[in-house]
Ligand binder design. Structure first.
Ligand code: GLY
Length: 353
């Protein structure tokens, strides 16, 4: 898998013109969802290369991350004359960059694409690292391929219009990057004033956060080893997310990851000696900024079953990434059911649920 170029933009228009110029193509397409078509595309009106681009617009939000939407993108590419030498620009959140990346990397066995993520979650995680895909058969990201974008352009000015929930959803992935990397980065994340956001400081932190992910992906693009570090918080987080969806009280991905981090830091403390004070400090930040997802003990079995079906497992054994300390990663950890239930007790107790 070739390395993708990730640019922290000084000015999106010139970065995009440059990125398009580096991808020789016969026809240009731009994929947006209903929201980014209305709110973000107009901000690119001065990019002359885009003036000739064919627009493809899909429905917004995760409910549209489907085979039907994917087929509609393939159909638009096919009917509007895309060839193997065409280029697709994906402008949107993780749903658009995941689905658009998958459409591009499968159309005529693969055309080049550029990601312009518009949410914090997509900037620090979804749009970077070459994972593409769609939901299928009720399962998130069930079908997809590893296929890196030619370029990923990060324009943090777009974050000024992000609502608080979507801000915190992306921030959870940044906390994860802090936990798996180094104490200084985690400290700055925990100390950041999320009520009065300093966008220049946020831009610098996004740059550091993405670099942490890029370094890991470069070492292990297809998740055979160290890339599993990026799954911290996700084994339990995905179970919370699926339970919430099944109970018709959906939560944003990053919120589920934040609650998953609380649980998996507890396991890290119990199993491999993660420092208690660090756990307390991180849990406190999550409690204050994310609240808690209400569960009771009758739901532990369901959550356990959901965790057993996670696609990161091998032979039905639940696989965790844990931490001995900040930046000291223990891959492929397992534990018994009683400890998992204790972990849920801890989660409820410290989140006051
Ligand atoms: N979202 C985790 C990864 O890209 O591996």
């Amino acid at each position: 898998m070739s390395k993708q170029e990730v640019i922290l933009c000084e000015e999106l228009e010139s970065s995009l013109a440059h990125a398009i110029g580096k991808c020789p193509h016969d026809k240009l397409f731009i994929l947006t969802d209903e929201h980014t078509h209305r709110l973000c595309l107009p901000q690119l009106q001065n990019v002359s290369a885009l003036k000739e681009a064919t627009e493809i617009v899909i429905g917004a939000e995760d409910v549209h991350k489907t085979l039907e939407t994917l087929a509609s993108v393939w159909q638009a590419l096919s009917e509007q004359g895309a060839t193997r030498h065409s280029l697709l620009v994906n402008l949107g959140g993780g749903m658009v960059t995941d689905l658009g990346g998958f459409a591009a990397s499968t159309f005529k066995r693969g055309i080049a694409y550029i990601n312009i993520p518009t949410t914090l979650l997509a900037m620090v995680d979804a749009a970077v690292g070459g994972k593409t895909g769609i939901n299928f058969n009720g399962l998130k990201n069930e079908i997809g391929v590893f296929a890196p974008a030619a370029s990923v352009l990060l324009e943090t000015e777009l974050l000024r219009s992000l609502d608080a929930h979507n801000f915190f959803s992306g921030y959870a992935e940044m906390l994860k990057h802090g936990l798996i990397s180094m104490p200084q980065h985690l400290n700055e994340l925990l100390a950041f004033d999320t009520e009065k956001i300093d966008y220049a400081a946020l831009k610098a932190m996004v740059g550091r956060s993405v670099q942490i992910k890029e370094d890991i992906v470069e070492e292990d693009p297809q998740e055979h080893g160290i890339r599993k570090a990026l799954n911290l918080g996700h084994t339990v987080g995905h179970a919370f997310e699926s339970l919430a969806l099944a109970e018709n009280r959906p939560v944003l991905h990053g919120y589920a990851v934040a609650w998953g981090l609380v649980c998996e830091l507890y396991l890290s403390y119990i199993k491999v000696g993660f420092p208690k004070e660090r756990m307390r400090q991180t849990v406190q930040f999550i409690k204050e900024n994310y609240g808690g997802f209400a569960i009771n003990c009758t739901q532990y079995e369901r959550l356990y079953e959901l965790m057993k079906h996670d696609k990161k497992n091998t032979a039905g054994i639940i696989n965790f990434t844990l931490l001995k300390e900040v930046g000291n990663i223990c891959l492929n950890q397992t534990t018994d059911k009683d400890t998992i239930f204790e972990m849920f007790d801890f989660y409820r107790e410290c989140m006051g649920i």
